[in-house]
Design a protein around this ligand. Structure first.
Ligand SMILES: [Zn+2]
Length: 165
């Protein structure tokens, strides 16, 4: 049996953690500007995305950012991520509706596909040359940060399973 990757000892992790703090500042400022100017996108009860993440590939060639938002099958279907979600969480059956993302989630508080890590990885896989990266062994993540208070969070059970960490 292969060991899960140790995301915390990835040599580029300290750099990713610096980048995600900067990205959290940027996301907070952007959504705060929209809120003040009456162009608020709501995230449930909050003004800001719950969490942001940054990820890179094992060779640190590509860098991508993401924030937590509702999962969309057509977004994840642009990359290998939707297929991997279906294989890992729904016995290779389709996950297409928002209800399906909720139903297969291992976490009671949020659906599969909601997390900033998953949005960041989906963007990374759309970069030219990054399409074939193995999400379980070749993609590494920063800490997840909540822009509203800059607190860091550990990955949830969905992310641990999907990204093997
Ligand atoms: Zn997660």
């Amino acid at each position: 049996m292969e060991m899960a990757k140790n995301n915390n000892t990835f040599p580029v992790k300290p750099y990713l953690d610096v980048q995600v703090d900067k990205y959290a500042d940027y996301v907070y400022a952007t959504f705060e500007y929209d809120r003040i100017n009456g162009r608020m996108k709501s995230f449930g009860d909050f003004y800001y995305p719950a969490m942001v993440s940054v990820c890179t590939d094992i060779c640190n060639q590509f860098l991508s950012e993401g924030f937590a938002d509702s999962p969309k099958a057509d977004e994840y279907g642009k990359t290998s991520l939707l297929k991997t979600m279906e294989d890992d969480f729904n016995q290779s059956n389709p996950i297409r509706s928002s209800n399906a993302f909720k139903k297969v989630s291992l976490c009671s508080g949020h659906p599969l596909g909601q997390c900033s890590e998953q949005h960041a990885a989906n963007d990374l896989l759309q970069i030219n040359g990054a399409e074939n990266l193995n999400i379980k062994s070749e993609i590494f993540f920063s800490k997840a940060v909540r822009p509203a208070n800059r607190k860091a969070f550990d990955p949830c059970d969905n992310c641990k399973k999907l990204f093997d960490m």
